[in-house]
Design a protein around this ligand. Structure first.
Ligand code: SER
Length: 315
């Protein structure tokens, strides 16, 4: 088979998608591309390159006979606001290169969008698939523009580029990485390590969230779906659970009864308030059978058990 290239291989999604791709397609068929946070014990096929450098990526595609790219590189919402120009450069110019290389080499491509593509003018409850996209962060601007770019390449060149609007993703292999939804990861890290967490959004903040295994399954399933079933060539809404920050605190207290959570909303509150509380994902269910497995109690259990092992902590 032609091989798979994963860019952003060592980020939150890449580090968990890659083992799933190994399982599905075999280790020898997956090439990981990145240039930072490469774990010293990584033993897969590695290429060090930056997706903004089109020539390097082109050489990697030829060298490994690549047929599919999962293009995961992205600066996230909160981090993206520190340097909006850099965020545009990484998120958009990297994507444009990958799409052009997709057309030149007849590739199949996955690219993640996000709930950040929405903004304060979008209906916040049961956010529909087709709705207003007026984001307020540069990260969101690149997600909404990226969706347009993917749709354009599909219509203009017939490129098979598929996308999902991920909600906040909760995972334990990589530490929180500059996203607004990362309080739902940080509370586990700090809570388990220190018994305390200072939350950067208020207790009533409600956002759509998902456990990483569900996000990985959605990605693999969307890419496996027969193209005649794909009706949306922009980006699919997918949903799992929506909960308030205080709901998460209560659930985690079942494992860490003495946990102390203080709420100190900062600039990220405004970002959180501009995003949906819940998502309508009927089209993903209908077109490629999307279904989630992890609710809040299940997410909390697996996060605590996994992080306890990694951080070597017992209560
Ligand atoms: N998790 C992302 C963020 O908070 C949203 O896609 O930036």
């Amino acid at each position: 088979m032609k091989k798979i290239l994963v860019t952003g291989a060592f980020g939150q999604i890449g580090s968990e998608l890659i083992p799933a791709l190994y399982k599905e397609y075999g280790r020898d068929n997956v090439v990981s591309m990145g240039h930072s946070n490469i774990s010293p014990d990584f033993d897969g096929i590695l290429e060090k390159a930056d997706s903004r450098d089109k020539e390097s990526v082109s050489q990697i595609i030829k060298k490994h006979d690549i047929g599919t790219i999962y293009h995961l590189v992205s600066l996230l919402s909160a981090k993206g606001e520190v340097d909006p120009s850099l965020t545009w450069d990484i998120n958009m110019n990297g994507l444009k290169n990958i799409l052009d290389l997709g057309v030149e080499n007849n590739l199949k491509i996955f690219w993640p969008s996000s709930i950040a593509a929405f903004g304060p003018t979008t209906p916040r409850e049961e956010t529909p698939q087709n709705t207003v996209l007026e984001p307020t962060t540069m990260y969101g601007v690149t997600k909404s523009a990226g969706e347009g770019l993917c749709r354009y390449y599909n219509k203009k060149y017939g490129l098979d580029v598929r996308s999902i609007r991920y909600p906040g993703i909760i995972s334990w292999k990589t530490p929180p990485g500059g996203g607004t939804t990362d309080y739902a990861v940080g509370i586990f890290y700090d809570g388990i390590k220190t018994g305390k967490y200072e939350c950067f959004v208020g207790p009533d903040t409600m956002l759509p969230m998902m456990y990483i295994d569900d996000a990985v399954n959605a990605t693999v399933d969307l890419m496996k779906a027969d193209s005649k079933n794909i009706k949306n060539w922009s980006s699919y809404n997918i949903a799992a659970v929506s909960f308030k920050a205080s709901d998460l605190e209560l659930e985690l207290k079942k494992y860490i009864p003495n946990l102390v959570v203080t709420y100190k909303p900062d600039h990220r509150q405004k970002i959180a308030d501009s995003w949906p509380k819940s998502i309508n994902d009927e089209e993903a269910k209908r077109d490629w059978g999307w279904k989630y497995e992890y609710d809040l109690p299940k997410i909390t259990k697996v996060m605590v058990e996994s992080l306890q092992k990694v951080l070597d902590k017992n209560f």
